[in-house]
Design a protein around this ligand. Structure first.
Ligand code: AMP
Ligand code: TRP
Length: 344
């Protein structure tokens, strides 16, 4: 059975792009894969996070992932900081990766913005940690949204260079799984920007915790153009906002753009937006309710993460220990401190 690994940052409330680009595909993969899903708190702090908020968001995201249909008993759901193997392997990978490779990463350029000198060093080496996340488990399939494609190519480059430099065939190639008509969900306010939990405008996204009225209002206010919907996907060319709403509809209704336009082509956006809002509400309202129910017992959510971290470490520790041996680190079991060193 192939091993699946994927991650999501606890940097805010999960939004529709996380759901359609990633989490929904994770749910489907559970049937015939061994899966690990990780709330990547180490990645989150590559940009500033308020400590109390980070802790709360980590727990809330875990609850939301379970509410979407991830089964933490059959599979493994955990927080990244709970498994030290990630950071250990990431350090080795920082020494395998080349600065030239990191300089080509578009996500760093986007997130660092104009003042690159002021970005954290962690944001720069973010892709090495992501490669370590996957490769610490020898996972081979990684379901993500379209924006993570370059990072997974980088992970494959690291695996190949490690194998080459140390003369081994240790890290397997990774296959990115980027699927569906909503692998790149765009902002509701600007069809040229991706929907993101860190966008300052809440109107730009649907949050998985939004109530029915909020969803309906955000969709009604979503930016569109004055033309009616075209009859065929070719007519969406040059209409990014229309294309985005059709893509979201297609993903939620398990069809494609052609299927949506067969039904809604020729109509104005008023009626289409109403149908889209109803579709979103029917899918997302039960997820929000289940998330709230789970969060009524925060200790239970924490226990799931703690147990997941222990099970994840059981897989990752031997793999990372072997990587360390290959690099040439001494394999000395740590002994208990001699009693003469222990102060009373
Ligand atoms: P992040 O929120 O950046 O941690 O992303 C977690 C997962 O959601 C990754 O697989 C992303 O590729 C995916 N994702 C995030 N935003 C979008 C989006 N707007 N459209 C599609 N997938 C997305
Ligand atoms: N970088 C990913 C994102 O922001 C999250 C992530 C971290 C991830 N580690 C991962 C995704 C490993 C897949 C595999 O979207």
């Amino acid at each position: 059975m192939q091993r699946v690994f994927s991650g999501i940052q606890p940097s805010g409330i999960p939004q529709l792009g996380n759901y359609l680009g990633a989490i929904r595909n994770w749910v489907a993969l559970q049937a015939d894969h061994e899966c690990l899903f990780c709330v990547v708190d180490l990645h989150a702090i590559t940009v500033w996070q308020d400590p109390a908020q980070l802790a709360r968001q980590t727990r809330e995201l875990a609850a939301s992932i379970i509410a979407c249909g991830i089964d933490p008993r059959k599979h493994i759901l955990f927080h990244q900081s709970g498994v030290p193997a990630h950071a250990r392997l990431a350090w080795i990978f920082n020494c395998v990766a080349r600065i030239g490779w990191l300089n080509r990463m578009t996500q760093f350029k986007d997130k660092a913005g104009k003042d690159r000198e002021a970005a954290s060093a962690g944001l720069y080496v973010y892709p090495s940690l992501m490669a370590a996340d996957v490769l610490a488990y020898h996972a081979t399939r990684v379901p993500v949204g379209d924006d993570q494609k370059q990072h997974l190519e980088f992970a494959n480059d690291i695996a190949q260079k490690f194998n080459h430099d140390y003369g081994v065939d240790f890290f397997p190639p990774i296959q990115p799984l980027i699927q569906g008509p909503a692998a790149r969900v765009m902002s509701l306010r600007d069809g040229a920007r991706k929907m993101s939990k860190s966008d300052p405008s809440d109107q730009s996204r649907i949050n998985l915790a939004d109530d029915a009225d909020t969803i309906a209002l955000k969709i009604r206010r979503a930016k569109t153009d004055p033309q009616p919907l075209p009859d065929e996907p070719a007519g969406l060319e040059g209409r990014p906002e229309a294309r985005n709403l059709v893509g979201i509809y297609a993903a939620m209704a398990d069809t494609d753009a052609a299927g949506v336009l067969r039904e809604h082509g020729g109509r104005g956006f008023g009626a289409f937006k109403e149908a889209l809002a109803a579709l979103l509400i029917s899918h997302l309202a039960p997820i929000a309710a289940e998330t709230r129910r789970l969060l009524a017992d925060p200790g239970a959510v924490d226990a799931i993460l703690g147990e997941g971290a222990a099970r994840a470490a059981e897989i990752a520790d031997p793999i990372v220990r072997e990587a360390e041996r290959l690099v040439g680190f001494l394999q000395i079991p740590s002994a208990a401190a001699p009693s003469s060193h222990v102060r009373s």
